[in-house]
Design a protein around this ligand. Structure first.
Ligand SMILES: Cc1cc2nc3c(=O)[nH]c(=O)nc-3n(C[C@H](O)[C@H](O)[C@H](O)COP(=O)(O)OP(=O)(O)OC[C@H]3O[C@@H](n4cnc5c(N)ncnc54)[C@H](O)[C@@H]3O)c2cc1C
Length: 391
């Protein structure tokens, strides 16, 4: 590690010591509290210059190297601060899309607003189009200076709190299904947009359905050319993995202390079976951290391969299931209920909620099976699955 990275680590650590919200779990037990806590924490990180290290240097706090970003995420994980769940789509997906494919006016209008806390959601998936995203049916019909949108989106994370939406809609249905998709920036308060939160098994409502009934989107809100949205969507999707996986893996390693706490609390210190299972978990989590590190090193050195991110994602989601399952088991009867919580990935403070939520990670951002297909077909060059194959 260079001297500069050590200095950065010290700076981040001292900022977090003074500013990290210690009581964020307790103060996120209702949706309103969650939104307030997230907005407050995001504002503090923007102010300190640690919220958007991956943005270019012209934005305050941007222009960091990948090695510096890694230090910041390691320290955020170590300090057990809330993850920036509410601003995740804005600062990663929306930023990547606008930065790579947006025009000058769109960048000038929206990137500063994101730093002020404007919240975005992603409206890609539909009831019949998740893994097979190009099968979307939501229509966008051009009428003069606007597109008129009709259709439905589903699984849109935090859409109920969002100001804007990254929307994929179909402007043509002839030709290959990837053609004829147009990428639009939709105002979530526009007439005709209805959001219905989806109540989840663990008790919260992390995502929502979006119903679109004659919604008008000005043509100037189109990213890229009409019908070329598939290529723009790749910029959005490419931003979804990478650093996220590193931050999450390190958070899980830090959270192993919670499992160790349960072993002590329930007197399992001499239980060889429990100690063996804990030892296996520690090794599994260490392996995920090593994979995430290697993935980022490969990216820093420009030797990332297709499938690398899929390997880390699958390893992470499997370790997450093992971690929360062991915590649930060791927690005994005390943990067999779902306490009022709001959102979180692995560390809400409630084992039952975390266990149930751990399944989401095998689906979100591309299901485990589809990641395996990527590894098999595109990385290992194994035979492709037959076309027209259905479940
Ligand atoms: C927590 C969470 C947050 C999400 N957030 C968003 C969001 O903000 N915005 C958004 O647009 N979407 C979001 N999604 C949706 C997500 O992208 C989709 O759920 C995902 O792509 C899978 O699509 P699907 O649900 O339609 O499942 P399907 O594609 O119908 O798949 C069903 C099952 O079939 C398997 N399968 C499908 N095709 C193949 C194949 N070729 N080979 C082998 N198996 C196959 C899948 O792996 C899966 O097990 C989110 C999902 C989750 C769980």
């Amino acid at each position: 590690m260079t001297h500069d990275l050590e200095a950065l680590r010290r700076d981040v650590r001292s900022f977090l010591k003074a500013q990290a919200p210690a009581d964020w779990r307790a103060s996120s037990r209702t949706q309103d509290d969650f939104v307030r806590t997230q907005r407050d924490w995001f504002g503090k990180l923007v102010h300190a210059g640690y919220a958007i290290p991956h943005w270019p240097a012209e934005y305050p706090g941007g222009g960091r190297s990948l090695a510096e970003q890694k230090v910041i995420y390691e320290e955020l994980a170590r300090a057990d601060c809330p993850r920036l769940l509410l601003s995740f789509v804005s600062t990663y997906h929306a930023f990547a899309t606008l930065h790579e494919c947006g025009n000058a006016a769109q960048k000038a209008r929206y990137l500063p607003r994101i730093l002020e806390g404007e919240t975005w959601c992603q409206g890609f998936s539909e009831p019949g189009a998740g893994s097979d995203l190009a099968a979307i049916k939501t229509r966008a019909e051009r009428k003069g200076d606007v597109y008129v949108i009709n259709g439905q989106k589903v699984w849109s994370t935090m859409a109920q709190f969002a100001d804007k939406c990254l929307l994929l809609a179909r402007t043509a249905s002839d030709g290959p299904k990837q053609a004829g998709i147009t990428y639009l920036l939709m105002d979530m308060k526009a007439p005709g947009v209805a959001v219905r939160p989806i109540h989840q098994i663990q008790g919260d409502e992390e995502f929502a359905e979006i119903f679109l009934d004659n919604v008008e989107i000005p043509v100037c809100e189109r990213v890229g050319e009409e019908g070329m949205g598939w290529a723009v969507a790749q910029a959005t999707l490419a931003s979804e993995r990478g650093l996220t996986l590193m931050e999450l893996s390190y958070r899980m390693r830090g959270a192993l202390g919670r499992v160790a706490g349960l072993i002590r609390k329930h007197g399992h210190e001499d239980d060889r079976g429990v100690l063996r299972d804990f030892g296996v978990l520690v090794t599994q989590v260490d392996a995920v951290c090593a994979l995430a590190d290697q993935f980022l090193d490969n990216r820093i050195n420009g030797i990332e391969r297709i499938g690398d991110a899929s390997i880390v994602k699958n390893a992470y989601s499997r370790a997450l299931r093992a971690y929360s399952a062991l915590g649930l088991r060791l927690g005994g009867m005390d943990e067999q209920y779902v306490a009022p919580i709001t959102f979180g990935d692995l560390n809400t403070g409630n084992w039952m909620a975390d266990f149930m939520n751990s399944y989401a990670w095998t689906i979100a951002g591309g299901s485990e099976e589809v990641q395996r297909n990527i590894i098999a077909e595109r990385m290992l060059e194994m035979p492709r699955e037959p076309k027209g194959w259905v479940l």
